[in-house]
Design a protein around this ligand. Structure first.
Ligand SMILES: [Zn+2]
Ligand SMILES: [Zn+2]
Ligand SMILES: [Zn+2]
Length: 255
């Protein structure tokens, strides 16, 4: 079964361009230097899910003309990954369905704090209708997609990566234990966060991400969650070996 991946966004928490920045990346005319907050769409013939719904979720759904969504799956609770949850009410209304939202117990706690009105006992009319679904380490299925969680560390915060068939998506992180790396072997495509060149407390740098690709040896790797500090898309891409590319918003892969 093949799956299609669409990068809804490939930018770090502030997006690119960064508000009020005049650097060459933020003022670049190349559409590939415009990065909404990181999120991907995963589609099979029958099932369509998103991994994360950041602050740009509405714009991303409109751009990709998404008319139906079967579930939202969260990596972690940082605002650049969850802020768009309210937008699922469009699907509640149009498709007449409640939205399944897959999150760990800790992330569910954050969703209940950040979106208290959604989970209030007394429901205001017109608010999003979501059904929280718990997962932790076990493989789970949504429609015909079989999803394996991967545990990664984002400084001290445990974050989930996900493997679907021979594709894996690992956003915010700067450490993966050897036992979890085993789950990332024999991949066709690995997506990995690569923030910038300078060291960062909670994200892989450009070189760290390259080193990890060389260690895990997927057939192909794409870097995401990119900061304006990494440089111009076209120039950074030229530095990379042929098996690695920077992702960009709207990039589609069939795996
Ligand atoms: Zn992030
Ligand atoms: Zn900038
Ligand atoms: Zn984060």
């Amino acid at each position: 079964m093949s799956i299609k991946i669409t990068f809804l966004g490939s930018g770090t928490s502030q997006g690119v361009p960064l508000i009020a920045c005049n650097c060459e990346v933020c003022t670049s005319a190349d559409p590939k230097d415009k990065r909404l907050r990181s999120s991907i769409l995963i589609e099979s013939a029958k099932t369509r899910i998103v991994i994360d719904s950041g602050p740009d979720f509405r714009q991303q759904l409109l751009r990709e003309k998404i008319k139906r969504l079967d579930a939202v799956v969260y990596t972690h609770e940082h605002k650049d990954h969850i802020a768009g949850l309210d937008e699922v009410k469009a699907f509640n209304f149009i498709n007449k369905m409640r939205m399944p939202v897959y999150a760990t117990t800790r992330v569910q706690g954050a969703l209940k704090r950040e979106f208290a009105y959604i989970f209030a006992d007394e429901k205001y009319p017109g608010i999003p209708e979501v059904d929280l679904v718990d997962f932790e380490n076990e493989v789970f299925t949504i429609g015909d997609l079989v999803i394996e969680p991967i545990n990664v560390m984002h400084y001290k915060l445990p974050v989930k990566g996900f493997r679907v068939n021979d594709f894996a998506y690992v956003t915010d992180s700067n450490f993966i234990a050897e036992t979890e790396k085993e789950k990332l072997k024999n991949l066709d495509v690995l997506v990995l966060n690569s923030l910038r060149r300078e060291p960062h407390i909670s994200h892989f740098t450009f070189q760290e991400a390259i080193d990890l690709v060389n260690d895990l040896k997927p057939r192909k790797a794409y870097f995401t969650h990119i900061s304006h500090q990494l440089g111009l898309h076209a120039e950074v891409n030229k530095e990379l070996p042929s098996n690695i590319e920077l992702a960009f918003d709207g990039l589609q892969l069939v795996i």
